[in-house]
Design a protein around this ligand. Structure first.
Ligand SMILES: Nc1nc2c(ncn2[C@@H]2O[C@H](COP(=O)(O)OP(=O)(O)OP(=O)(O)O)[C@@H](O)[C@H]2O)c(=O)[nH]1
Ligand SMILES: [Mg+2]
Length: 356
């Protein structure tokens, strides 16, 4: 069994790549399992991976490092139930220090003896380009510190979403990375289909990239402060719309929310939604940098009953975010029934193990 740990900043494309990789591996007859992870409890990622018919278990309520025993238990659970040839474990996008708190402890303590084979860190090519060019990212310094630490500890950096850059911009990243991140294996990738992730899967599956051995010298006060700047809002709601009008209402709501966050200069880590009407379910994602045409992610929405699962990760106060979402529902003419809501800031990380 091979265990691949996949980290990297919020919205960098981890889940997308894992699903495409799993599909490719499954088509060759291999069995694949996925472990999702989040600070919250009601996870869009889990729903999304399950939509692709891939066996999935989750570690909720905190990152892998602070829930190490849970992670180890989930690995065993997947092995027992699904006997996977490959497991992908995706860590929450605000998590860093994975080498010391997850990779090394799994090698040392995991009772099933199935330590990780690879640790990839994904990054949105546009954000990495800005960072390498010393341009601002739309987050406070402590959040950017987490972004930097994630890159620093990567065994393999997957520079993802290169379809959104021009050839000369990709070359620019490559040149800057050679100077600023020397000796780091880097792979440029588009993760939207199986072909796009094939090189990555070949690399990690064949063991051509080695596991990083250097633990981060990370400042936990800054790391914790960065996580605490981010608000987590998880909501499950349903509402009625005139027959077949769901798409229009959802687009209006999301447009308003994105605009209001932009007015407040609140950096978006990831706004992700599972939208369900009738027997149709789709995922909608808005990440840090604007992507025109996001409305096209939403398919036709027949029927009059809409169910929304919202996972919002934004640099703003949690109460403000909750209030803002409520206002945007109201202003877009949606009268919601709330099923579940959690709005909070992640607590200071206290890893179960930390091996230097
Ligand atoms: N254009 C483009 N979009 C991508 C690519 N990979 C992922 N995306 C999009 O980026 C958004 C976020 O992708 P996810 O896979 O959910 O990102 P993630 O890293 O799992 O996000 P978190 O779990 O919230 O940290 C989605 O809209 C994806 O479709 C890519 O290679 N190119
Ligand atoms: Mg994800």
């Amino acid at each position: 069994m091979k265990l691949h740990i996949v980290g990297g900043f919020l919205g960098s494309g981890k889940t997308t790549a894992i699903i495409q990789a799993a599909k490719g591996l499954m088509s060759t007859g291999l069995t694949v399992g996925v472990i999702t992870n989040d600070q919250g409890k009601y996870l869009v990622d889990t729903a999304f991976v399950r939509l692709a018919d891939i066996p999935t278990v989750e570690v909720t309520g905190g990152c892998f490092c602070c829930n190490y025993d849970d992670l180890s238990g989930r690995i065993d659970q997947l092995i027992e139930k699904n006997a996977p040839d490959v497991i992908f474990a995706e860590s929450v996008g605000s998590c860093a220090d994975i080498v010391a708190t997850v990779v090394k402890p799994l090698l040392e303590y995991n009772p099933s003896g199935s330590g990780p084979s690879s640790f990839s860190v994904f990054t949105d090519a546009r954000l990495l380009r800005r960072r390498l060019k010393k341009q601002d990212l739309p987050f406070s310094d402590d959040v950017v510190y987490i972004f930097d630490q994630q890159i620093e500890e990567a065994g393999l950096i997957v520079v993802n979403k290169i379809d959104l850059l021009k050839a000369n911009e990709i070359e620019e990243i490559s040149d800057l990375a050679k100077k600023q991140l020397p000796a780091k294996p880097i792979l440029f990738q588009t993760s939207l289909n199986e072909d796009g992730v094939k090189k990555w899967v070949d690399l990690i599956h064949s063991g051509q990239v080695t596991l990083p051995t250097k633990s981060l010298d990370i400042d936990y006060a800054r790391y914790g402060a960065g996580e605490a700047q981010l608000a987590w809002l998880d909501q499950s709601v349903h509402f009625q719309v005139p027959d077949g009008q769901g798409k229009r209402f959802v687009i209006e709501f999301v447009r308003l929310l994105v605009r209001e966050l932009s007015v407040r200069q609140s950096g978006i880590g990831h706004l992700k939604f599972i939208i369900q009407t009738g027997d149709q379910e789709t995922k909608l994602s808005i990440t840090t940098l604007p992507e025109p045409g996001w409305e096209n992610q939403i398919g036709q929405m027949p029927g009059s009953e809409v169910h929304l699962l919202i996972n919002a990760r934004v640099e703003i106060g949690a109460e403000n975010l909750s209030q803002l979402v409520k206002e945007c529902f109201e202003r877009s003419g949606i009268v919601c029934q709330m099923e579940q809501e959690a709005a909070f800031h992640p607590g200071q990380p206290h890893p179960t193990h930390r091996i230097m």
